[in-house]
Write a protein that binds this ligand. Structure first.
Ligand SMILES: [Zn+2]
Length: 181
């Protein structure tokens, strides 16, 4: 792969896709122009806007002096890192969680469940510690396939994208801390 698979790279792809397939809004009597890719087109701009807004909100909450957003949507992650680098550890961790979750969301919007599935397989279940997580596209959640790993009502452990991102970031942090000592 020519570039690192990051949230920024994925957002760049979505923004490029949107520019190439702009949505001009519904035109009455011209339904013939609607193509098979329409759902992605219609959702893409809202998705990009929501992603950028979330990053902007977090950054400005942590650092009210962050200033204007970068011109390109995909630069918001660097912008967030730059303006939160002096924040306390908890806020920096939250920023990392947002970026990782958005990366997963960008993959899903582009229909790339395979990448999300591979990522999920590389995480251990936070409840039982086993490498038994699988991705369920229909539910947009990961589920633990360990039959012992159930809640009080007997339901399997499932993880939302947010929880997956949180577990991923805290695991990465623990590994970094372990290496540093
Ligand atoms: Zn489990």
């Amino acid at each position: 792969m020519a570039h690192a698979d990051t949230a920024a790279a994925r957002l760049h792809e979505l923004a490029a896709y949107y520019r190439e397939h702009p949505v001009t809004g519904p035109v009455e009597g011209h339904t013939a122009t609607v193509t098979a890719a329409a759902p992605l087109q219609l959702g893409t701009l809202d998705h990009i806007r929501a992603a950028v807004q979330e990053v902007a909100d977090h950054t400005r909450t942590v650092n009210p002096d962050a200033g204007p957003l970068p011109r390109s949507a995909e630069d918001v992650y660097d912008w967030m890192r730059q303006h939160t680098q002096h924040a306390d550890e908890v806020e920096q961790q939250r920023a990392e969680v947002i970026e990782y979750r958005q990366w997963l969301e960008h993959c899903l919007l582009a229909g790339d469940h395979e990448t999300v599935h591979k990522r999920v397989r590389r995480q251990s279940c936070p409840e039982c510690g086993c490498w038994t997580l699988i991705w369920m596209p229909e539910a947009t959640r990961a589920v633990c396939t360990n039959t012992e790993c159930v809640d009080r009502d007997g339901f399997s452990t499932t993880l939302s994208l947010s929880r997956l991102a949180h577990v991923h970031v805290t695991t990465r942090q623990n590994v970094r801390q372990a290496r540093a000592t």
